[in-house]
Design a protein around this ligand. Structure first.
Ligand SMILES: [Fe+2]
Length: 233
């Protein structure tokens, strides 16, 4: 009887994960409690939905909240000494938060609402990890909401392109380009990302190689310079 009950619970959990389209693996924080039961049903894959963009909570009815702290990004910042100095003091600043609505099915679009906080590690501005899409032929659109920053894009040959992201600016990221967002301002950089649900994220390549360029502060302004740690594949 107990074994039967255990099996039912496990199967139910898996079905629930499937129904709401969330991959419960590889995420830092899950927040399903913010979704009222009825709305949770309406947000099943294949169902229309609407949401509210909110300065306080990101997007309403998000399914996944991911927080990235310095300890999650220690391999990404170029000034390793600064990283270790901060962490050794017991500090672990929050670099960015992403609220996501994954749909989990081919043909659908995922939505992500990213907040990058203002700050620098050494002279390098806070940024997102950056990734290629696992499916290299998929693209993405960013729409600036608040703050000011840059989007660094890089193709597989290491060719880079930098564009500005700020309110009322839409950035198109073509297939085959890794992308990282950088907050170069004094306030939060907030933007909306829309991308194919089956695009997938390849963080590993950038973790190993870095981007060919980095954005650092010089004389109070952001400048683009070569990354001394870049590894050309
Ligand atoms: Fe992406």
């Amino acid at each position: 009887m107990i074994l039967l009950l255990f099996t039912v619970v496990i199967v139910s959990l898996n079905i629930g994960e499937y129904l709401i389209g969330v991959n419960l693996k590889n995420v830092d924080t899950i927040n399903l409690s913010s979704i009222p039961g009825r709305q949770r049903c309406l947000m099943l894959a294949g169902e229309p939905y609407s949401l509210i963009l909110s300065e306080a909570d990101g997007i309403s009815s998000y399914k996944v909240k991911v927080e990235r702290r310095l300890s999650n990004l220690r391999e990404y910042f170029s000034n390793k000494r600064s990283v270790e100095e901060i962490l050794s003091k017991g500090e672990d600043p929050l670099i960015y938060t992403v609220y996501e609505i994954p749909r989990g099915a081919e043909g659908e679009l995922d939505v992500g609402y990213t907040i990058i906080y203002p700050g620098k590690i050494g002279k390098e501005y806070y940024f997102t990890k950056g990734h290629f899409h696992a499916k290299d032929f998929t693209s993405e659109v960013y729409i600036g909401m608040r703050g000011e920053g840059k989007i660094l894009m890089q193709d597989r040959r290491g060719e880079t392109k930098v564009l500005e992201i700020k309110p009322n600016v839409l950035v198109y990221i073509p297939p085959g380009f890794a992308h990282r967002s950088i907050n170069t301002g004094n306030s939060e950089l907030v933007f909306l990302a829309i991308y194919p649900s089956d695009a997938g994220h390849d963080y590993d390549t950038i973790r190993k190689t870095g981007f060919a360029k980095i954005v650092i502060e010089k004389d109070g302004k952001p400048i683009l310079v070569d990354n001394p740690n870049y590894v050309r594949l």
